[in-house]
Design a binder for this molecule. Sequence first.
Ligand code: FPP
Length: 254
Amino acid sequence: MSQRVGTKARTIREDAERLGIDLDRLPRHIAIIMDGNGRWAQRRGLGRLLGHREGYRALRSVLLHVAELGVPYLTVYAFSAENWRRPTEEVSGLMKLIERAARDELDVMHRNNVRVRFIGRMDGLPHGLRDAILQGVETTRGNTGVTFTLAINYGGRAEIVDAVRSIVASGVPPEAIDEETIRRHLYQPDLPDPDLMIRTAGEMRWSNFLIWQSAYCELYVTDVAWPDFSKDELLEAIHTFQHRVRKFGGVPEA
Ligand code: FPP
């Protein structure tokens, strides 16, 4: 992010309105599975890490657009609990890339009023990355703009396991446990459920991302690989979302 949010705010909001997007009905929380970095690179005869580097560039720009639009929550799947199965060089390259990004972007995120959050198992991460995340979370704690949550070493089932452990440790009697109890023990209890989950690169699955929270969220899948996910793609996803009928198990409102 090289510019302050305020300088461009009108442009993307005008673009959105031109596309017929109702700015009063934006999704409150967008979650993104940023898939296809590897394929993007391979198609160009490049190494997979170069794909992740381009993915970082795309993320930077999407965060700026989301902030400009006024969507309050953005959560991205940066590294899943299952991604450790990848080749060692790719894993360590990704860890370094995310750490460098967290350090390099902190100042500009802070100036743009972004509040950084983390979900995942922190204790499995390299020390440098942990420090960079904790510093980002601490520095931006009081910010009131978009809440940007990084899911790193994150798994939806692991999150539920951790919630159950925490409930048992707190001594809540079984008959007192309800859905609200589980929600209160998730990694970020005050994060609202996502309304829109975007997945790039065409696969039609959730891949263990926010599985508790996404019970009623709308899934939008595009064939575009993550490094090519642009402002227009983002607006198209929101436009599609606004034409879905959400019923939450009931019947559509008249
Ligand atoms: C999935 O593509 C992507 C990832 C596992 C990593 C996502 C990471 C970034 C976008 C890098 C920047 C992140 C931050 C937080 C700075 P894939 O490698 O599975 O693609 P493929 O399915 O085509 O192989």
